[in-house]
Ligand binder design. Structure first.
Ligand code: ZN
Length: 95
């Protein structure tokens, strides 16, 4: 999944509506969203998720780090890894 595709899917999860038109301000909105690089952006979005989703994120992070214990996997995860784990946990990840 390309970074732009990930940001768009994460924005939708965050309740930010992004349309396909180039005439409006959506592209500029997308440019300001830094989920992939900022804990300050991705952590609040994860905090909004329900318990089953957070449980799946935890498992995804552990698996992505070769079975690292879940608590440590959260601590070691980069913002980009948190984004992928969230997108996978919500069925929005595309290979
Ligand atoms: Zn728009």
């Amino acid at each position: 999944m390309k970074p732009e595709e990930q940001i768009k899917a994460l924005a939708e999860l965050d309740g930010i509506k992004i349309c396909e038109s180039f005439a409006c301000g959506c592209n500029r909105t997308l440019e300001k969203l830094n989920y992939l690089t900022s804990y300050d952006a991705i952590i609040p979005l994860i905090q909004k998720q329900n318990v089953p989703t957070i449980t799946r994120i935890s498992l995804n992070l552990s698996m992505a780090q070769n079975g690292t214990a879940k608590a440590f996997a959260w601590l070691k995860a980069t913002p980009s890894q948190l984004c992928e784990a969230l997108l996978r946990a919500t069925g929005k990840w595309k290979e």
